[in-house]
Structures are given as structure tokens and as C-alpha cells.
Design a protein around this ligand. Structure first.
Ligand SMILES: [Zn+2]
Length: 218
């Protein structure tokens, strides 16, 4: 039930140390200079960002990078075009602070129909890689998306985004008492992860945090 992925550590190391095909993950043109999979130009362009304001029912948020066009394009290659090698690249920008005392990583779930259409859930891959690098187990069987809602990107109004997500998730009662880290790629208005946190806490989760790769400035 609560399991870490035994295959991921080697894969993660390979991706972290030998990013193939030896091209920058962002511009896809320059030769990779560093073990982070970036050329010098892209590395100097990326900005780490302060963590956004966190509101209940989330207990804390960490975000790696400030959102930019190059990251947006790379995320599209990862989740829409199925380039799964990006999971290792993006995981290096995810963090889980020690003081969270996390019990388990939980990927932000995708509706089964959408997952079937896409073939995989990119946040599950991120969570499995983060599990390999932190030693914290992960499970994609504790939180489920049960309502097929509109794509959040098609909705501008934050209140409408919250309404679109309302009642979209269900959680397993096994979350009771657990300190949970939700894993996601982009933190935008937070409508999705706040609804996830609400659902988990209604089932008794002790704490719910978010670790995301990137976020626009808040
Ligand atoms: Zn580059």
C-alpha cells in the first residue's frame, strides 16, 4: 500500500548524471554542460523563487523555479508529448523540507479517463522520482480524482476555478494521521491542490503540504 518504487533510484541517477541525448533539457540545442541537464545560458536564465503564500487547508508550500516560457515548453514536452525523461530533470527542482516530517508523497491525481487518454500521469512520475531521491515513500492509491472537470487552464476566474474543482476528489481513509506531501508540476491559483488538501483533511490527514516544480510570481 505505502510503497516506494524500487526501480527509480537507478533511473534517477542515470538521468541526473547522464542526461541524454546530451542536449540541454530546455533549449534542446546547446550541449549540456552540467549534471543538471542544462546549458550555461539556460541555467543562468532560470530563477529560483521564494515560496508563495500558503493558506489553509495547505500547511506549507515549496516551489523550485519561477515560471517562464522555456519551462512551460519543457513541461508540455513532458506531459503532453510523453517525454518521460523529463521526470528526472524536473525532480531536481522539487524539495521536501526536513521539518515537514513527511510520511508519504502523493501525486496530484488525474481523472482515470484523462490518464487513459494521455497514457500516464506526469505527477506520479515526479512523485516516484522524488521518492527515490528523498527516501520518502509515495502512493498514487490514497487520493483519486473522481469528477471529470474542465481543464483549469481554460478558466481565468479564480473563484470559477475553485468551483470547477469542488467535490472532484476522494481520499482513502488510510490517510488518517499521515503527514502528506502533494506533488505537482505547476502551482498557479492553487484551486486544485487546495481542494486535494481539503479532501485529505476531511479524511483525517494530520498535515498536507505541496511541493511543486514551478509557479508564476504571486
Ligand atoms: Zn539550454
Amino acid at each position: 500500500m505505502l510503497s516506494s518504487d524500487p526501480k527509480s533510484p537507478l533511473t534517477f541517477l542515470k538521468d541526473a548524471l547522464m542526461p541524454g541525448p546530451y542536449q540541454c533539457y530546455l533549449c534542446d540545442e546547446e550541449d549540456v554542460i552540467g549534471e543538471d541537464g542544462l546549458c550555461d545560458a539556460c541555467r543562468s536564465m532560470l530563477k529560483y523563487m521564494p515560496n508563495p503564500t500558503c493558506l489553509q487547508p495547505l500547511d506549507d508550500i515549496t516551489v523550485g523555479l519561477q515560471y517562464c516560457d522555456e519551462l512551460s515548453a519543457a513541461i508540455m514536452r513532458f506531459k503532453k508529448h510523453g517525454q518521460k525523461e523529463y521526470a528526472g530533470f524536473f525532480t531536481q527542482f522539487l524539495s521536501v523540507p526536513q521539518e515537514w516530517n513527511a510520511d508519504i508523497l502523493v501525486p496530484v491525481p488525474m481523472h482515470p479517463f484523462k490518464k487513459w487518454l494521455r497514457g500516464f500521469n506526469h505527477t506520479e512520475l515526479l512523485a516516484s522520482y522524488l521518492s527515490a531521491s528523498t527516501g520518502i515513500p509515495y502512493s498514487a492509491k490514497l487520493l483519486f480524482k473522481t469528477k471529470l472537470s474542465l481543464d483549469q487552464k481554460t478558466i481565468r476566474d479564480p473563484a470559477e476555478r475553485r468551483r470547477n474543482m469542488r467535490g472532484s476528489f476522494t481520499a482513502d481513509p488510510l490517510v488518517k494521521g499521515l503527514r502528506i506531501v502533494l506533488v505537482d508540476d505547476v502551482f498557479t491559483t492553487g484551486a486544485t491542490v487546495y481542494e486535494c488538501a481539503k479532501t485529505l483533511k476531511q479524511k483525517g490527514a494530520a498535515a498536507v503540504y505541496l511541493s511543486a516544480v514551478t509557479s508564476p510570481s504571486h
